[in-house]
Ligand binder design. Structure first.
Ligand SMILES: *Cc1c(COP(=O)(O)O)cnc(C)c1O
Length: 845
């Protein structure tokens, strides 16, 4: 089978649309103008990167009028504003996303072709905006796309990290981290807004004055905003993501000026500007570093000033009657906290309302709780933010006082609701007294919010039953579920346009913004012609990935083999180790019986380990070492290949996921809050092997148990096992294959030069595995056998694939955002289409 040439592809009528001659001419003209005037180059000396920037500026020009118009429209209409506060926005690349959402992709493709340029080569020059670690940050990015597509007056607020998530290199099977200097060549999409710079205070102390508390003698850092355009899908809406950059004030550390050490004073400006220097690379882990606390407060303080300023200068807020009162603030503002990372928004809003605006505590508290809502993303205890009281006292003394006051009043409510229950008071206090005194930020976020949500049904149930049970008993009406979703624009239309075409041929293009329309494909699940076209697309995607692997890793993979993929952050709870146990078992079976016929597999694992996470780094090393043994064993040949995918990130996800046959979603039941990788695979026609955890549960409900390979302990069974006591040796001694695998890891079979290399992994698996890999091993192996059986009959497999795609409508982030809008934010999605830039704005619109 041959991969289509680009020229052939261009001629096809597809979801990219037909390039209009006029648009193509305009793109070429604008591109040449930018190459000349913006980049100051001619075609003789231009690099591919210059061409990328010229195209990016051309495309950005198409955003500008829509962006200004959208913001004007919000000012005129003054709808309730939604603020999504997040320490992470994992955006990836912007170029293709913008051309897709503006509907100018085909015009740009054609224009570049006519100029003799390879658009895919240009696209490859763009750096990922890697301002996130994994699922939580990517969720924020998908939400921005959906909020713009649904026509919500929404803003993303975060930090413009100078260095995003590190680039991962694998050398000798080990992870090396390289700083991600993503702004090196400039960022064509952002617009600095120095005129909206705001001060943020740290340290100092609190004085009691007749006019109330005063936070004085603080150190100031300026927050300089950069605006980034967020286009909706073909609706002429362009929202704003505003990211703050730390800037030292002019008078930074005057002491040195007095001492005459001018040079030192200038050098020390870096200290303040370090706040927005680098993203903390932890996923699902709380490190408790001072600089991180400063980042969180920096973002929150700048953002809340901006929100209050926008409220006061709005048509509504500036009316005489409301200028002096902020009573209507909650009717005009909704603030969503993406995990507890921005939860200082609660005491900060209280400080603004009480200390600055002079409201009573009761009034301020009513406004704050009606404005804020909190999304929880994990139940893992090591991930929950608990800031030492001593650190808060030094950096944010006034906020600590406010938190104490919030806690005091909260505990009075608890005592009233549950008289005489002193243990409950201890359990529900935001201030933990055991050991070093700490503030539990999740408790603060719950008490200060009118809505608390988990991110999949099972996760929301666990919050109510376990982690936040006491709080649930007191305020059951606060607790909600909002199952996560992904944007179908990036995760199908953009990354897999061939599949999008095959779908559009049968059911049109409505699904792009109404993903439930995909259910129409159920009628085609057994249609041999449709099966064939979906299969052909998958095969071509696999060949492209095979070429990529050949080029990048010099490995030869069999494109007819089953592509079995686990890509996500490396974490013990995600159980990449259990995947490794399966791989080693397959290897041992081939070696024991080389002539047996098996379903050939190419197994890919990818993901970054937090730089300080020892066990995660060992897991990477083990997978690489196992891969080396297997890939170089002539007995194995084409039957099994194991590849570690280096530097997994949004852009690599877009390349790899469309080529997957099998998606590995194998976390211990009860540990993965939702997962969103699982949804991306499903939408792209991969089958899932997974536990009943996170959103896998709802995926299985949508597609039916016949179309997914579910295995392993249920969440209640995991709880039972914990109570019973888990002994890994019970499983080790009961299964000869498993015993062999574990013994090989322990004895250095995969690390002959260092037999002790995987001692820690052995000890972990056998003595302190919190995630019970061995308990699920048997059932996992059996499920993998069912996968093989299904794959052998391609008509069975393709029917299942189509059922997966057809059932994925629920997992659009458009659905998720519509639920947040109606059930938490109190706004109605309009799905409005604004007039195009050349059209007049209608009166009264
Ligand atoms: C979607 C995504 C994730 C989240 O994957 P999970 O399997 O849900 O953990 C992480 N990283 C990247 C780059 C993603 O695109």
């Amino acid at each position: 089978m041959s991969v289509q040439s680009d020229a052939e592809k261009r001629k096809q009528i597809s979801v990219r649309g037909i390039a209009q001659v006029e648009n193509v001419a305009n793109v070429k003209k604008s591109f040449n103008r930018h190459l000349h005037y913006t980049l100051v180059k001619d075609r003789n000396v231009s690099t591919v990167r210059d061409y990328f920037f010229a195209l990016a500026h051309t495309v950005k020009d198409h955003l500008v009028s829509r962006w200004i118009r959208t913001q004007q429209y919000y000012y005129e209409k003054d709808p309730k504003r939604v603020y999504y506060l997040s320490l992470e926005f994992y955006m990836g690349r912007t170029l293709t996303n913008t051309t897709v959402n503006l509907g100018i992709q085909s015009a740009c493709d054609e224009a570049m072709y006519q100029l003799g340029l390879d658009i895919e080569e240009l696209e490859e020059m763009e750096e990922d905006a890697g301002l996130g670690n994994g699922g939580l940050g990517r969720l924020a990015a998908c939400f921005l796309d959906s909020m713009a597509t649904l026509g919500l007056a929404a803003y993303g607020y975060g930090i413009r990290y100078e260095y995003g998530i590190f680039a991962q290199r694998i050398r000798n099977g080990e992870q090396l981290e390289e700083p991600d200097d993503w702004l090196r060549f400039g960022n064509p999409w952002e617009k600095a807004r120095p005129e909206f710079t705001l001060p943020v205070n740290f340290y100092g102390h609190v004085e009691d004055t007749p006019e109330g508390k005063k936070w004085v003698n603080t150190q100031v850092v300026f927050a300089l905003p950069y605006d980034n355009p967020i286009p909706g899908y073909k609706n002429n809406v362009v929202n704003t993501m505003r990211l703050w950059s730390a800037k030292s004030p002019q008078d930074f550390d005057l002491r040195f000026f007095n001492d005459g050490d001018y040079i030192q004073a200038v050098l020390d400006r870096n200290l303040a500007e370090n706040i927005s220097r680098v993203l903390y690379p932890n996923d699902n882990f709380f490190e408790g570093k001072e600089l991180r606390l400063k980042q969180e407060y920096f973002m929150v303080a700048a953002t809340l000033q901006d929100i209050v300023r926008r409220f006061k200068s709005s048509k509504f807020g500036s009316r005489e009657a409301v200028r002096t009162s902020l009573d209507s603030f909650p009717e005009k503002v909704a603030i969503q906290l993406n995990d507890t990372h921005p939860s200082l928004a609660i005491p900060e809003l209280m400080r603004i309302l009480v200390d600055i605006e002079g409201l009573t505590w009761e009034k301020a508290w009513d406004i704050t709780t009606r404005t804020c809502a909190y999304t929880n993303h994990t139940v893992l205890p090591e991930a929950l933010e608990r800031w030492p009281v001593s650190m808060l006292n030094s950096i944010l003394p006034r906020h600590l006082q406010i938190i104490y006051e919030i806690n005091h009043r909260h505990l009075q409510c608890v005592a009233k609701a549950f008289p005489g229950d002193s243990d409950r008071l201890r359990r529900m206090s935001m201030v933990e007294e055991e050991g070093e005194k700490r503030v539990n930020m999740a408790y603060l976020a719950i008490v200060g919010s009118h809505a608390v949500n988990g991110v999949a049904q099972i996760h929301s149930d666990i919050l109510k039953r376990d982690l936040f049970h006491d709080f649930y008993e007191m305020n059951p009406e606060k607790f909600q579920n909002k199952t996560n979703g992904i944007t179908p624009r990036r995760w199908l239309l953009l990354c897999n346009s061939a599949l999008a075409d095959v779908i559009a041929e049968r059911i049109g293009e409505d699904w792009i913004s109404h993903l439930d329309q995909l259910t129409q494909l159920k009628a085609l699940a057994e249609d041999p012609v449709f099966q064939r076209s979906v299969q052909t697309v998958k095969q071509e995607n696999k060949m492209k990935v095979a070429q990529y692997l050949q080029k990048e890793y010099n490995v030869n993979v069999n494109p007819a083999s089953l592509f079995d993929i686990q890509v996500k952050r490396i974490h013990e709870y995600k159980r990449q180790l259990m995947n490794a146990l399966h791989i080693i078992t397959l290897y041992n079976r081939i070696k024991a019986n080389p002539r047996a016929s098996i379903v050939p597999r190419t197994i890919m694992i990818g993901g970054k380990a937090a730089p300080g996470y020892h066990m995660a780094k060992k897991i990477i090393k083990l997978i690489c070492s196992v891969g080396q043994v297997i890939n170089s064993d002539p007995i194995v040949g084409d039957k099994l290949k194991v590849i570690y995918l280096e530097n997994y990130r949004v852009t690599l996800a877009e390349k790899i996921i469309p080529a997957a046959d099998l998606s590995e979603q194998i976390s211990t039941a009860g540990t993965e809050a939702s997962g969103t990788g699982n949804m991306k695979f499903m939408l792209n026609g991969a089958l899932t092997i997974g536990t009943l955890d996170g959103a896998n549960v709802e995926m299985a409900e949508e597609m039916g148990m016949d179309n997914i390979f579910i295995f392993g302990m249920k969440e209640n069974e995991v709880e039972d096992l914990k109570k019973r006591g888990y002994n890994a040796f019970d499983y080790y001694n009961a299964n000869a294959e498993l015993k062999q695998v574990i013994d090989q890891i322990a004895s250095g079979f995969f690390s002959p030069n260092n037999p002790e290399e995987f001692r820690d992994i052995y000890n972990n698996l056998m003595y302190h595995d919190r995630f019970f890999c061995l308990a699920d091993y048997d059932d996992y192996m059996a499920a993998q056998e069912r996968v093989n059986e299904a794959y052998k009959d391609q008509s069975v497999w393709m029917k299942m694939c189509i059922h997966n795609i057809a059932s994925s409508g629920k997992f659009s982030s458009d659905r998720t955002i519509a639920e947040y809008a109606r059930e938490i934010w109190g706004v109605e999605p309009t799905w409005d289409k604004l007039p195009a830039p050349h059209e007049p704005i209608e009166e009264g619109k």
